[in-house]
Design a protein around this ligand. Structure first.
Ligand code: ADP
Ligand code: MG
Length: 616
């Protein structure tokens, strides 16, 4: 039989390679931006049309290419950046594979214009599906412009596979942000459809972060720096209150190259543990500088994953660096704060302030009519009162479920209650309470224990309070001493206007204050808050989150959002009075058994269950 193996023509080989390098418009943009940076540009302009499907053009003022290099740059494995395999281990440039331009030219119509500094003439090349259509001299100025048109024009299957414009544009902006962050000394502009999206002047990293992500970051950045013989870390982490539910604003750069690493993300997250909720992720932009010989960036064509030869050390250094910077900036470490994590300041240094805030906190949170009643009557009787009416007396077989299905009557829901509930005998002590892992409140009763999830329980209490206030429109306000002016995205502003009546019912005093801006003159009286702006913005964020996830009606959503925002948090230390108050208030609720999300607020470990553990 004849020989059948043939070398593929270049155009096809390039197209296959392109599958790996150019998955979508954003990946082409990434390559073009990196080339511009590698060329030493100080000013880079990006023009996008139709989310990159029609045009991505990157114009730089870098060193340009000679006529021969311009032609060579489209050949596969043609690069000026490494010469020998040894160079692979000392890579400081973005590119090194020499694949990007060849791949892009295989699947798009590309026009390259480039000119070197000392030359009167530059070169223009048009290439389509790896085929050079035109090459001629051209007079411009120093630098390079690569215009990539009609991506995948010759691979319809892949073109159809592209996502909607908003999705593709989101990817494009993300790639742009990554490069713009790692080179804050370079000016970048981004135009979409003739509209200027970003115009970034050369600046310090902190300023670049603010230009990219908004003014709110101005007060929210904590510098983070650590130098060890192995690795240097520099950058910023966001204060815990700027943490978001949506992941996205987290950036690691290794030798200025953006990388993704769940492992290292975990290192930062764990440094924040106790300061943010488990479903939140902190903002960070961290640059790791490490000798290239300790990393291998050659593991993935799009190069966002890299290998470290000693990942564990890097993990430990990052974690400790972030912890230190949080500590140095008076963000309370996880174990000894007595306030909502969102009001993190290091009170321990100032006992008087701490005492005052503690007082205020317990006053505002707990000094409500139902608490006064509940706490003076002793919560155990509240509970026992309810309990007696359903006479659980579980049998052995059932007791596993028993603690789950018990429902208790309450003061607010007396159907199941009896007399002892509303008319407690005086002079009786309520049971001992203590905290486990700063997370659960254990309350001793005569016949066993109650274990409360402190956050879920407090959320239930607040939720019912806010639902009532919304119904009766009777929320009281505390005036803001320095009313914050809150600048909002247009869509958020529209939302605030929309829910303004409900906000007023809760006790917010908010009014319009110019374009897309509101002023917050008052906040609900019973919310223990240090920063009204954070409260308001946090509430909005929570509201949007619930809206996306659950499509709740406005009142339900607001009550939940404010309850979530202002509740006790996991990790928060409680004194015994606060614990008893919590238990008392919970059982004064209409529905004390479940949090608004459906999780149990407490379980009961009664004496029968305890007996059964020991086979009795
Ligand atoms: P790589 O960046 O991996 O070397 P590319 O295909 O992206 O591969 O680019 C090939 C070569 O073309 C580069 O090594 C560089 O010499 C040259 N080049 C590409 N873009 C530019 C640019 N914007 N300015 C100057 N030279 C460029
Ligand atoms: Mg490149």
């Amino acid at each position: 039989m004849d020989d059948v193996i043939q070398l593929l023509p270049d155009a096809i080989a390039n197209q296959i390679a392109a599958g790996e390098v150019v998955q979508r418009p954003a990946s082409a943009l990434k390559e073009l931006l990196e080339n511009a940076v590698d060329a030493g540009a100080t000013h880079v302009q990006v023009v996008i049309k139709d989310a990159g499907k029609q045009l991505i053009q990157v114009i730089d003022n870098g060193k340009g290419m000679s006529q021969t290099d311009a032609r060579m740059s489209f050949e596969r494995h043609a690069t000026s950046k490494i010469r020998t395999s040894k160079d692979l281990f000392s890579i400081r440039t973005f590119g090194f594979r020499g694949e990007a331009l060849a791949s892009i030219a295989a699947v798009a119509q590309v026009e390259l214009k480039t000119q070197q500094a000392d030359k009167d003439l530059g070169t223009m090349i048009q290439i389509e599906g790896s085929e050079v259509k035109k090459q001629e001299p051209f007079a411009g100025k120093q630098g390079t412009s690569v215009a990539m048109k009609n991506l995948f024009f010759n691979v319809p299957a892949r073109r159809n596979f592209l996502k909607s414009n908003p999705v593709e544009m989101k990817h494009i902006v993300e790639e742009f942000q990554r490069v713009a962050l790692s080179y804050s000394e370079i000016a970048f502009t981004l135009f979409q459809q003739d509209l200027e999206v970003y115009s970034l002047t050369p600046s310090k990293l902190s300023q670049r972060i603010v230009s990219l992500f908004g003014k709110s970051y101005q007060e929210n950045l904590i510098p983070c720096e650590e130098v060890t013989p192995h690795v240097t870390i520099k950058g910023y982490v966001g204060k815990p209150e700027s943490a978001k539910k949506t992941r996205g604003d987290q950036f690691f750069f290794v030798n200025n190259r953006y990388i993704k690493s769940n492992y290292l993300h975990h290192a930062v997250n764990s440094a924040f543990s106790g300061l943010i909720q488990p479903d939140q992720a902190p903002f960070y932009v961290l640059f790791l500088d490490i000798d290239p010989k300790h990393i291998d960036i050659n593991v993935h064509p799009t190069k966002t994953e890299i290998k470290f030869d000693d990942e564990r050390t890097i993990y430990a250094v990052i974690r400790s660096a972030v912890k230190q910077s949080l500590g140095a900036h008076h963000v309370v470490p996880s174990l000894d704060f007595s306030l909502d994590v969102n009001f993190n300041e290091k009170w321990d240094n100032d006992p008087e302030k701490k005492a005052q805030v503690d007082r205020e906190y317990s006053y505002k949170s707990f000094n409500t009519p139902e608490f006064k009643q509940a706490s003076t009557s002793g919560w155990e009787r509240l509970f026992e009162g309810g309990q007696s009416s359903i006479s659980p007396s579980p049998t052995r077989e059932k007791q596993g479920e028993e603690s789950e299905v018990l429902t208790f009557s309450s003061k607010a829901n007396p159907q199941g209650g009896n007399d002892s509930f509303s008319r407690p005998k005086s002079g009786e002590e309520s049971g001992t309470t203590f905290q486990v892992e700063l997370n659960y409140v254990v309350a001793q009763m005569s016949s066993g224990f109650l274990i409360l999830d402190q956050q879920t329980a407090h959320e239930r209490i607040l939720y019912e309070r806010y639902i009532n206030q919304l119904k009766l429109a009777q929320g009281t306000s505390q005036q803001c001493l320095f009313p914050p002016i809150v600048n909002l995205a247009a869509s958020d502003f529209a939302l605030v206007i929309d829910i303004m009546p409900e906000l007023h019912s809760l006790g917010f005093v908010v009014s319009e204050f110019g374009k897309n801006t509101v002023i917050v003159n008052g906040v609900p009286a019973d919310v223990p808050i240090k920063n009204e702006k954070d409260l308001f913005e946090g509430l909005l964020e929570q509201f949007k989150h619930f809206k996306n996830e659950l499509s709740l009606d406005t009142r339900e959503n607001l009550a939940r959002s404010l309850a979530r925002k202002s509740s006790l948090k996991r990790g928060q230390k409680l004194n015994s009075q606060e614990m008893e108050t919590l238990v008392g208030q919970l059982f004064a609720c209409q529905n004390p058994n479940y949090g608004f999300g459906g999780n149990k607020t407490f379980v009961k470990l009664d004496i029968n269950s305890i007996h059964s553990f020991f086979g009795k």
